[in-house]
Each structure stands twice: as C-alpha cells, then as structure tokens.
Write a protein that binds this ligand. Structure first.
Ligand code: KIV
Length: 277
C-alpha cells in the first residue's frame, strides 16, 4: 500500500505518452529509455517495462556494423521504426532523424519528421544539436510532432569533435550547452538527451529545465537514463565506456548456444526421431 513517502504511480499507465514522461519528471519518478531496432526485441523490452523505446541511429553501429552513425538513411530509420512499433503495447517510441535528414533547410527537416510519423506510427522524433536546429524544432512542434533534443556528445558530429571524450568540461562549451538546452525547451522539445557530459553540469541543466532530461554518461541526477540495448545486454562487448552497465552477457550465451547447435549438426545428434516427420 502506498504511503506518503512512496512516489506517485504516474508510470503505471497502459500507454506511455509525452505527458506521462513529463508527469514522471514532476513526480520524481526516473524514466527508463532503451534503444530498439527490431520487432522481436521491442516486444521484449516493452514487456519488461521500458518507458521510452528509442529507435536510435546507433542502428548504424550495432545493426549495420558501421563505425559511425553517419551512413544511416531516412529510409533505413523508417524501416527499423516500423518494426519496433509493431512490437509495442505500452512504450513511447521515439525515432532518431538520421544525419542529412534535418541539418539543412527547416522545411526539409519538417518533411523528414512528417515521413517518420506518417510511415511508422512512432510517437515522436529525436534530433541532435542546439541553436542550429531550433527553427526546425519549432516547425515540427507547430506541426504537432513531439521532438526530443540531444546535446553533449552528439555522435552525428563526431568528425567535428574528433574524439569520443566527455564534452562540455570547459566553461565555454558548458555555457553553450546550458543556452542550447534552454532554447530547445523554449522551442517546444518535450525531453532532452544529455550524452557524455559532467554529472554536475547534467544535474544543473536538469534542475533548470521543466522538461525531462535523459542521460547517457551524464550521472545519476538526470530525470531518466538511456542505454544502447546491445551494450546493456552484452551483445557487443568491444565498446566499453564506463557509463555502460552490462545486465547480461548475451555474446557468451549466444556463441555457446550456436556452438552447441553446430556440434549437434556435425555429429548428427540433431535432429532426433522426435524432431523429424
Ligand atoms: O542512437 C542512439 O542510440 C542514441 C542514444 C545513444 C541516445 O542517440
């Protein structure tokens, strides 16, 4: 039974909406976000209670094997998003706009976001950057599209940064991030991802905004956390930043299971009579 010290049950909803995540922030209930790229996994993550499923352009790394997120196309993101949406009952689905689909003309950015919403059935889009994308965010929000911002170590700008090190450690970049966060909130973003920035800065930005922040490598004071599902499940263990916590070692589980299958085929112990017609 709930007492005065237990947090309100705002997350216990049949469908998570942008309103739910705002209510979660307001009630101090942490938001669990995870990436998903396909139907089968999305179904499992949704059943496990993930609040927000991000169809991340990290699909470029973990699904397609590219070194960066830059090669991802809008058509590929739409395909992954369609698969994820078919798998969910409860989670809010947010889709990354890929590199090249929104950085130029705000009208084209809006068209990209409209395609995602129309062709996938997802509930919102995410884009990277601050001041440079504010006009695009405003257009999308005016068109009725929920937008999640993304600041800090934004992977689509990796060639600009030249390194995957923590961002905004210097005061000038930290001030820029504070200002960008405020402008994204004013432009109508419903939430903001903060990636790989000092925990103290993330805490300060979180306290200064009324919209929820979702951290990845941004400490424990953001309103929610996000991980790439392949990292959390230990499917791709060649990527080892300290912000990743591995909740399973599926690389070993899968390699062992498939190794056993190969061996059963080789020694003809599979299939048995019971597995034949
Ligand atoms: O593409 C992605 O997976 C992301 C998360 C790391 C936030 O943007």
């Amino acid at each position: 039974m709930a007492d005065e010290s237990s947090p309100p049950d705002v997350a216990n909803v049949p469908r998570v909406t942008t309103k739910t995540v705002q209510e979660m922030k307001d009630a101090g209930v942490p938001i669990a976000m995870l990436t998903a790229y396909d139907y089968t996994s999305a179904r499992l993550y949704d059943r496990a209670g993930v609040d927000v499923l991000l169809v991340g352009d990290s699909a470029s790394n973990v699904m397609a094997g590219n070194e960066t997120t830059l090669p991802m196309t809008l058509d590929q993101m739409i395909y992954h998003a369609q698969c994820v949406v078919r798998g969910i009952d409860r989670s809010l689905v947010v889709v990354d706009l890929p590199f090249g689909a929104y950085q130029g003309d705000p009208k084209e950015a809006l068209q990209s976001a409209i395609r995602v919403m129309k062709e996938t059935g997802a509930h919102g889009v995410k884009l990277e950057g601050g001041a440079a994308v504010v006009e695009s965010v405003e257009r999308m929000v005016r068109a009725g599209i929920p937008v999640m911002g993304h600041l800090g170590l934004t992977p689509q700008s990796i060639y600009n940064f030249g390194t995957y090190q923590v961002r905004a450690e210097e005061e000038e970049e930290a001030n820029q991030l504070r200002e960008d966060a405020r402008r994204l909130e004013d432009a109508g973003c419903f939430a903001l991802v903060l990636e790989k920035i000092p925990a103290t800065l993330a805490a300060e930005v979180t306290a200064s905004l009324s919209i929820p922040t979702i951290g990845i490598g941004a400490g424990d004071q953001t309103d929610g956390q996000v991980l790439v599902s392949h990292d959390a499940l230990g499917l791709s263990t060649d990527f080892n930043p300290r912000f990743v916590r591995r909740y399973a070692r599926l690389d070993e589980t899968i390699t062992d299971a498939i190794g056993e299958y190969v061996s059963d085929v080789r020694d003809r112990s599979f299939p048995t009579d019971d597995e034949s017609y």
